[in-house]
Ligand binder design. Structure first.
Ligand code: MLT
Length: 306
């Protein structure tokens, strides 16, 4: 019976690794000649690809940390787990909508900055109530760019909150979008979406044609006081253009999962350390799906994409 060596490049949930039975799989974070690699966000682009490699499993959705082209030239499949962390990302995006609409981070900062007596605190609370007046989500329009597993989850949740949802994904038909999420109206184009939405969230992979998809020209079409949410990849949003718009008072907030030196202290930016899929549940789902697909490939030769 064949045995397989699986190299893990990041911490991978044990619930997933348990799917690879010990009598057939050796799993370790160091191997010179692995049959398969399981990776989360480690950058494989500079890694020398072992000659023994037969498959790569990405415990997540995006594959931009993996040299997919070089691997496919060698006939090595890359299996990812799209959708396995969609709920986790959706929850954070929805939290982001509330953060922006209710000025939660700014108000919290304000309170933390107070060092006053009780009487002065009462006055500061009154002043804060006026300063941080927010708005409610029902009736507002959320533009969802990309209607894959995550985009659809976000669209359905926003619709359930009473938001109008405007979707754009050139890769799917209007009918398909309706099947996936009955609350989504399809925008005619990205520009159309920007000119009608109050808040825009992006859920597309980072590719050559999605780099800087949110740029100065699109931001000019956007409503004053609009909000951009980016829980996808940093390169999809032209950060310099977003900062310009924030500084000019044309944008209310930028909520993202990618801190950068120039934006992290900006009062209208909330940047998280790539937490979208960082829940125990999502990490487990991704690891289980990837371990199962790798196993099916290594043992049975099946190329199954989830
Ligand atoms: C993904 O591509 O699945 C997400 O960015 C989550 C992650 O890998 O941390």
């Amino acid at each position: 019976m064949n045995t397989f060596r699986v190299l893990t490049l990041n911490n991978i949930s044990v619930r997933g690794l348990e799917r690879l039975p010990r009598e057939r799989y050796e799993v370790a974070s160091e191997f010179t000649n692995p049959d398969a690699i399981i990776v989360r966000s480690a950058d494989m682009h500079r890694m020398e690809l072992p000659g023994s490699l037969k498959a790569v499993g990405r415990a997540g959705a995006g594959t931009n940390n993996i040299p997919v082209g070089a691997l496919s030239k060698r006939g090595i499949p890359v299996f990812n787990a799209p959708g396995a962390n969609a709920n986790a990302v959706k929850e954070l995006v929805i939290a982001g909508l509330f953060l922006a609409a209710r000025n939660i981070c700014q108000a919290w900062e304000y309170v933390r900055g107070l060092s006053l007596s009780d009487k002065q605190l009462d006055e500061a609370v009154e002043a804060g109530k006026k300063k941080f007046v927010g708005y409610e989500l029902p009736g507002r329009t959320l533009g969802v760019v990309g209607l894959g597993a995550i985009g659809v989850e976000v669209a359905n949740a926003a619709h359930a909150l009473g938001m109008r949802v405007l979707g754009f994904d050139p890769q799917i038909t209007v009918q398909r979008a309706w099947q996936l999420s009955s609350g989504v109206e399809q925008a005619l184009s990205l520009d159309d979406l920007f000119s009608r939405a109050d808040m825009v969230t992006v859920h597309v992979p980072l590719l050559e044609d999605t780099r800087n998809l949110i740029n100065a020209a699109r931001l000019r079409l956007f409503k004053k006081d609009g909000v951009i949410l980016n829980f996808s990849r940093s390169g999809i949003v032209d950060e310099a253009a977003v900062l310009d718009a924030l500084n000019a008072g044309a944008l209310r907030a930028y909520i993202c999962d990618f801190p950068s030196a120039r934006s992290k202290d900006h009062p209208k930016v909330v940047a998280l350390p790539h937490l979208g899929a960082s829940t125990g549940e999502a990490e487990e789902n991704c690891a289980i799906i990837v371990a199962d697909t790798l196993r099916d490939f290594l043992e049975n030769g099946n190329v199954r994409h989830s």
